[in-house]
Write a protein that binds this ligand. Sequence first.
Ligand SMILES: [Fe+2]
Length: 155
Amino acid sequence: MKRRELFKKMGIASVSVFMGSTILSSTKAIAQDTQQNKLIANRQKMSFADPKNPTKFELKHTPDISFGEKDPNGFTKVSITIGQTGIIHPTEENHWIDFLNIYKNDHLVSKMLLENGPIRGYADHYINLKSGDLLKVEIGCNLHGIWENTETFRV
Ligand SMILES: [Fe+2]
């Protein structure tokens, strides 16, 4: 009887500790999201002023899409870097790539949110592609808006 009561109390104590830590971690996550949202200052869609002569600033915000080998299941490796011609977008506490979306023929296939500071805008995926498929990558810079690039997959 005493043993049963002890287990009952332990169960309640465990549930209380679990719920307390869940509430605490949820509160931290919300505070972090709120802090980051304050830093996201630009959601304007951007484009090159002169497509034939893009500036370093424009190249720095344009996703670079490259296609690699196929895996054994026929999925093609797709590597995405934010920045073209070797100009990599910076990652700092107050300036970073905060999201990266990938569309295959206008259907969203990947949606990533990135934290400020420890990670730079980059992604590798294996995507089921056939020749002629369009791959569009859209990224958000918290200060300089939303940029995109589209590449056609050719076998
Ligand atoms: Fe930027």
